[in-house]
Design a protein around this ligand. Structure first.
Ligand code: NAP
Length: 341
């Protein structure tokens, strides 16, 4: 590869795709040529990159001639069907969907944790699930210090994690409630939801992704399955409940973790303060803890509410927040691409 790369973004118009362009630009990634790909609906429209208009093209199997790095963010079906064409054309694919994540030939990477795995790629590198990536930003440094055995966690996930249509659904429902001048106890709207199975505005939906026979959802099991692969820790266990809440941006996760070694709170704080890509915001007496609204748009994740868990042996409880469009998707993908150059 030469110094300047021909980069393709598949799903450029989506919630993640837009952030990918921003990350490539802000981090001054060495882009020589940029190809923006989306569905036929978007073909011919323009997006700005470094002040220049770039015309979006329709994704086809022939879209990847001359492409060095293809950032995929258009859903698992598109990755399944088109990533092999990109690899065949000589590109390295960084894929945001879940399609390749458990493929043993595909590295699954959070650069702050397992950047070295990138070199094992055979054309495709997978970007982890957003809730998992954000959680591991705090859990992995603690694992290095104390050896994590298992976690119990609940997530509070933003609608932008579902994509552009879900952002619009929350905005529309919120406007409808305000426009109808409804009382607080008449928050159930008459309009039907389209993206989520229930109204998301003023609600909390304990249902992210599809249900498995065990009663967990696929999203919930990603924490254990992807956590094991990223941390190289095959015995890691995670019991998770994922909840969608009416927040536009940034996922929050409440984690109670049990470790092999006794946890010292001061040492935990020190380890987290030194962790790359993570800020410690932990001064409850002064109402300081990570908040989705504050973390939105920021590269770093943040951890707070640190306390020795009262119900686990060698346990620590904490609250971690990250912008899932950035560390959970676009930023992590661009960081992986940086490992390639
Ligand atoms: P989104 O906002 O719905 O965007 C979907 C993108 O895919 C759009 O650019 C869309 O183009 C494109 N697309 C749809 N059908 C296509 C087709 N037939 N051919 C080519 N392009 C097509 O979704 P998103 O939230 O950005 O998510 C994209 C991917 O990233 C998903 O795999 C998701 O699981 C993953 N991901 C998302 C997040 C997140 O926080 N949102 C986090 C981690 C991973 P048009 O505009 O032309 O329809």
């Amino acid at each position: 590869m030469s110094n300047l790369k021909h980069v393709a973004v598949v799903g450029a118009t989506g919630a993640v795709g837009v952030e990918m362009l921003r990350c490539l630009e802000q981090r001054n990634f060495p882009v020589g040529q940029l190809t923006l790909l989306a569905s036929a609906r978007s073909a011919g429209k323009k997006m700005k990159f470094k002040g220049e208009d770039v015309t979006i093209k329709e994704l086809t199997p022939d879209s990847f001639a001359g492409v060095d790095i293809a950032l995929f963010s258009a859903g698992g079906g598109i990755s399944r069907d088109f990533a092999p064409h990109a690899v065949k054309a000589g590109a390295v694919v960084v894929d945001n969907s879940s399609f390749f994540r458990q493929d043993p030939t595909v590295p699954l990477v959070v650069p702050e944790i397992n950047a070295a795995d990138v070199k094992n790629h055979q054309g495709i590198i997978a970007n982890p699930n957003c809730t998992t990536a954000i959680s591991l930003m705090a859990l992995y440094p603690l694992h290095q210090a104390f050896g994590v055995k298992r976690i119990f966690a609940s997530s509070y996930q933003a609608v932008s994690g579902t994509g552009a249509q879900a952002i619009e659904e929350l905005a529309k429902q919120s406007r409808e409630w305000a426009a109808e001048n409804r009382a607080w106890d008449a928050a159930k709207l008459s309009s039907k939801p389209h993206v989520y199975p229930h109204q998301i505005a003023f609600n909390a939906i304990p249902h992210v992704d599809s249900f498995l026979d065990t009663g967990y959802t696929k999203e919930e099991m990603k924490m254990e399955n992807e956590g094991r692969k990223i941390m190289h820790h095959p015995d890691f266990r995670a019991s998770v409940t994922c909840v969608r809440i009416p927040v536009f941006r940034s996922h929050s996760i409440s984690i109670s973790a049990e470790f092999e070694k006794p946890v010292d709170l001061a040492k935990a704080r020190e380890v987290l303060a030194q962790a790359p890509g993570l800020d410690v915001l932990d001064d409850p007496a002064n109402k300081v803890y990570p908040l989705a609204l504050d973390i939105a748009g920021r590269d770093n994740c943040a951890v707070g509410r640190l306390r020795i868990d009262c119900a686990l042996d060698n346990g620590l409880s904490f609250w971690v927040v990250g912008d899932q469009l950035l560390k959970g998707a676009a930023l992590n993908a661009v960081q992986i691409a940086e490992c390639l150059v």
